[in-house]
Design a protein around this ligand. Structure first.
Ligand SMILES: Cc1cc2nc3c(=O)[nH]c(=O)nc-3n(C[C@H](O)[C@H](O)[C@H](O)COP(=O)(O)OP(=O)(O)OC[C@H]3O[C@@H](n4cnc5c(N)ncnc54)[C@H](O)[C@@H]3O)c2cc1C
Length: 472
């Protein structure tokens, strides 16, 4: 008899969880329940407010995603207008630990940049084309059915009256995002021992979209990273290319260094960073939107793996853990978790005892890597809440700083750092002998105080600066 799975939330984690089931257990009927009304196009949604800010899809996340669909997701995304950026030489990055990164003529991981609306849309289309067993319904889940031993379905408030209020299922996946009420739902069926940790640097993001200035289409993704080492609030900015010949410009500041909503001050913020290049790039560019500000960016981890989680229930994506978005890892962790589900379902049945615990164990290993990166830095900012600095934190932060210093001017260090950041290699890559040596010997080349621009990039920047002077 075919089985039925319910997935709560059609964000990126929900779509990928549904794809994992439909690929590895194709007879299973999957009901994807989404609170928002979905339309047949890329769209910003109320349920995904973070979608208006910069979203980078790392190589490890893309590879995991590719494994879940019969079509080539990279090609689809690029065809839909997304950009592909090589970490080794396709971007300009100013690191607080080491100055500007040198650019190397090496192969290495790439990342995909586009709006979150486009990414979700391309993934949703691929899912709906690949199977008829997954159906998306507009409904809000209000609770879980079952006992502390086993979940048997969800309680919903259907918007259309088609689904019953008590919807039975053989398996339930919670991908309802950062606002998931899974702790409360589990408490209502008697599970009260799930630990939660929150580390909040007070990060605020402000984003505005601009038309890419004519002639600047090839200008690389540019980022000024935040400085956790000087005891001051973190402040950062990034210009990334997105579909439709546009630039998405995102500023981020921790508590005390928050970027403004006011358009004039938004530009001033970019110009006042340790290097003014982001401000220079946008000062004469045509804005296409207002500045959008979001504050829900804390690192939150729910330790389901340490509790007595019921059978047939799995929390995924932001419902399991969220990370400071500055490191661009949330979607990739969700994709790697979905791949773990598919792998487990290739071996065993959806209803086999212990399935959720086994998948959770694998998902948690990806969560832990991302958590260590994000929290290891966030605890260094002043007034971070919930981030007591342990000896291990100091050690990790100290080594991360040395690796970054080495990576800025050493191709071996850079390769290792980019692979770990991209989630294509595990953190043990950072302690391989060559990398360890690079970290211990320190920078090989002089620190770059100016971005390593090619002659044509330099002339684009000069032209944009001139255009901005002419406007005054
Ligand atoms: C400012 C910012 C920038 C970010 N940048 C990056 C980045 O560069 N790279 C990256 O990888 N990650 C980034 N992230 C993280 C990324 O947004 C999340 O990790 C990702 O969205 C997680 O996907 P999800 O499906 O778990 O949750 P979401 O995408 O939030 O989706 C949850 C879905 O569940 C629905 N829902 C909620 N409650 C219910 C309910 N009760 N019933 C039914 N449906 C429900 C919502 O409507 C929504 O559609 C960023 C986050 C922020 C805040």
């Amino acid at each position: 008899m075919s089985q039925k799975a319910v997935v709560i939330g059609a964000g990126i984690a929900g779509l990928l969880a549904a794809a994992a089931i439909s690929q590895a257990a194709p007879d299973t009927e999957v009901l994807l329940l989404e609170r928002d009304m979905l339309h047949g196009k890329p769209e910003d949604r109320r349920g995904v407010p973070q979608g208006r800010h910069a979203h980078l899809l790392m190589a490890g996340g893309l590879a995991a995603m590719e494994s879940l669909f019969p079509v080539n997701m990279r090609d689809r995304l690029l065809k839909a207008g997304a950009h592909e950026v090589a970490l080794a030489n396709g971007m300009l990055a100013l690191s607080p630990a080491a100055g500007w990164f040198y650019r190397w003529r090496r192969n290495g991981p790439h990342m995909i940049t586009c709006t979150r609306a486009l990414l979700d849309w391309v993934v949703r289309q691929a899912l709906q084309e690949s199977t008829t067993r997954v159906t998306i319904h507009q409904a809000s889940v209000e609770g879980l059915l079952g006992t502390a031993q086993r979940i048997t379905g969800v309680r919903i408030s259907p918007a259309n009256g088609i689904l019953p209020t008590e919807l039975e299922a053989d398996f339930v996946i919670d991908t309802s995002g950062r606002g998931s009420r899974n702790l409360e739902w589990l408490k209502n069926i008697g599970i009260t021992d799930i630990e939660e940790r929150k580390v909040d640097s007070g990060l605020t993001n402000a984003t505005r979209i601009y038309r890419t200035p004519p002639g600047a289409e090839s200008f690389p993704l540019t980022m000024i990273q935040s400085n956790p080492y000087n005891g001051m609030p973190g402040r950062s900015a990034m210009v990334l290319p997105i579909e439709g010949n546009r630039w998405m410009v995102s500023e981020g500041g921790t508590r005390g260094g928050e970027p403004p909503k006011d358009p004039h001050r938004f530009l001033q913020y970019a110009l006042s960073l340790p290097h003014s290049i982001v401000g220079q790039l946008i000062s004469s560019a045509e804005p296409l939107t207002d500045v959008v500000v979001s504050r829900s960016t804390s690192n939150v981890r729910r330790y389901f793996e340490k509790s007595t989680l019921p059978e047939r229930f799995l929390p995924f994506g932001d419902a399991l853990a969220t990370f400071n978005p500055a490191y661009g890892q949330g979607m990739s962790v969700a994709a790697l978790s979905a791949r773990a589900l598919a792998q487990e379902l290739h071996r065993t049945e959806l209803t086999s005892p212990g399935l959720s615990r086994r998948v959770l164990r694998e998902a948690v290993s990806h969560v832990s890597t991302a958590w260590a990166t994000a929290v290891g830095m966030d605890v260094l900012y002043p007034n971070t809440q919930g981030g007591e600095l342990t000896f291990a934190d100091r050690l990790t932060a100290g080594y991360a700083r040395r690796i970054t210093q080495a990576a800025a001017s050493s191709p071996d260090g850079a390769s290792a750092l980019w692979e770990v950041t991209s989630l294509t290699a595990s953190p043990t890559r950072l302690v391989q002998p060559k990398v360890l040596l690079a970290a211990l010997t320190g920078p090989l080349l002089p620190q770059l105080s100016e971005p390593p621009l090619t002659p044509s990039e330099r002339s684009i920047l000069q032209r944009l600066q001139q255009a901005s002077i002419n406007r005054i």
